[in-house]
Design a binder for this molecule. Structure first.
Ligand SMILES: Cc1cc2nc3c(=O)[nH]c(=O)nc-3n(C[C@H](O)[C@H](O)[C@H](O)COP(=O)(O)OP(=O)(O)OC[C@H]3O[C@@H](n4cnc5c(N)ncnc54)[C@H](O)[C@@H]3O)c2cc1C
Length: 399
């Protein structure tokens, strides 16, 4: 009997890959091995609805246990893979068991980057269990300091503020989410958070964290009950590195998501792939979804290049951010009647290569979908028609 296809990491990309194998008609053994005790689930609600208590783990899961069993996907929970031996096509689980594989997908995601200091009231947010611990600590009047003005930190700040907490955000840089967003959106985020009573401090450096306060360089002391650290994530690439696979900032793959070992693939947050000629990782729902599916096809021997457009979203208070494509090149701004804004990234030859929308609720979703189609269609556009809110994107697409 053939050894199974094995997926390491029962998160979003890994779960999606397992389901895709069955959707594509693969009838051999599929094993999905995770270190968390849960079924594969999507993480975006962890900083939003789930943190607020508006949703639960079951509604974040990719599928329920009965469905996995029905599909014959063998889910091993709470038993991480501790060792890979590519030369022998086998791996070892933490409980000592060895498993052979015919093909392997590494979808090990990442973990929250930690500060060296550890105190009981310092929390992180990566997993469902992290979210539940944080939810239990958020009460009206809780004085929360969020370290890091990136997406996770800002979403936690917005959710905690909506739950009645007193929230301060500390950001070392000169603007919010500055690594990935243009200044106009950083400014809008800053205004939104301040309007909702979040005390956002930019250009601040942390000196130390104490049981009831955070001290900044310069001597300022902020009293608090709780600290959430949101300073990015570290990809779980040690397993691959120890097995001798090529790694950079993630597990390096080629266009088919194949690692430096022919029958091992990687997908999701841990995967470093070439986008626009540059190796990079994408830490987004959209990438986990698309690469999970694609890696399954690669495991089945379909030699297709991965060329899905990148993109992400974030929800903060009652506003939504959505991006698609590459946010480089000439930026054209369209101010929307809702008070929101659409940014278009126009290539020198006149075609759209990316877009970013910021608007109340989900109101910009349709525009971003149209932008996605404009990017794919490579329709020549001008800055003048893109910046004009009277010019319907649907009309531009038809032209
Ligand atoms: C709080 C939060 C909010 C987010 N919000 C958004 C959002 O609004 N929009 C957006 O686009 N993206 C968002 N993201 C990002 C998105 O959720 C991730 O990009 C996505 O979950 C990545 O999927 P993945 O499968 O690569 O990794 P994960 O979902 O992290 O899954 C990896 C799994 O592998 C397990 N694992 C690791 N090592 C081993 C091992 N040795 N053996 C077995 N299992 C192992 C991990 O524990 C984990 O369960 C958010 C992420 C977080 C944490």
């Amino acid at each position: 009997m053939n050894a199974p296809l094995v997926i390491v990491g029962a998160g979003h990309a890994g779960g999606r890959a397992a389901l895709t194998l069955r959707e594509e008609g693969y009838s051999g053994r599929v094993m999905l091995i995770g270190d968390e005790p849960h079924l594969p689930y999507e993480r975006p609600p962890l900083s939003k609805g789930l943190l607020q208590g508006a949703t639960d783990l079951a509604s974040c899961s990719l599928c329920d246990g009965a469905r996995l069993a029905e599909l014959g996907i063998e889910h091993v929970a709470g038993n991480p893979v501790s060792r890979l031996e590519p030369a022998h096509n086998r791996l070892q689980l933490a409980d000592g068991q060895w498993l052979a594989y015919s093909g392997l997908l590494l979808a090990t995601g990442g973990r929250a980057r930690r500060l060296p200091q550890h105190l009981p009231h310092m929390l992180y947010l990566r997993t469902h269990d992290d979210a539940m611990a944080l939810r239990a600590a958020l009460r009206p009047g809780t004085r929360l300091v969020v370290i890091g003005g990136g997406f996770i930190g800002l979403e936690v700040a917005a959710t905690a503020r909506s739950m009645g907490c007193e929230v301060t955000v500390l950001e070392a840089g000169s603007r919010l989410a500055g690594r990935v967003l243009p200044p106009i959106i950083s400014e809008a985020l800053l205004a939104l958070h301040r309007d909702h009573g979040v005390d956002v401090r930019l250009n601040v450096t942390l000196e130390s964290i104490h049981a009831d306060a955070v001290q900044l360089v310069g001597g300022q002391v902020l009293s608090c009950d709780l600290v959430v650290v949101g300073i990015g994530m570290q990809p779980n690439l040690e397993l691959a590195a120890a097995a001798g696979l090529d790694v950079g900032q993630g597990i390096r793959v080629d266009a088919q998501l194949r690692t430096s070992v022919a029958n091992i693939f990687a997908a999701g947050d841990v995967c470093e792939f070439q986008l626009g000629g540059v190796y990079q990782r994408q830490e987004t729902w959209r990438n986990a979804e698309a690469q999970g599916r694609h890696a399954a096809l690669s495991l089945l021997g379909r030699e297709l290049p991965f060329d899905a457009l990148p993109g992400f979203w974030s929800d903060q208070f009652d506003w939504g951010l959505l991006t698609v494509g590459a946010m480089t090149a000439q930026m054209v701004t369209r101010y929307l009647p809702t008070g929101g804004v659409l940014l278009f990234y126009l290539h020198g030859d006149g075609h759209l290569q990316g877009a970013c929308g910021w608007a109340p609720g989900n109101s910009v979703a349709r525009d971003i979908k149209l932008c996605e189609r404009l990017i794919a269609a490579r329709i020549p556009l001008t800055a003048a028609n893109l910046s004009d809110p009277e010019q319907s994107l649907k009309h531009l697409l038809r032209s």
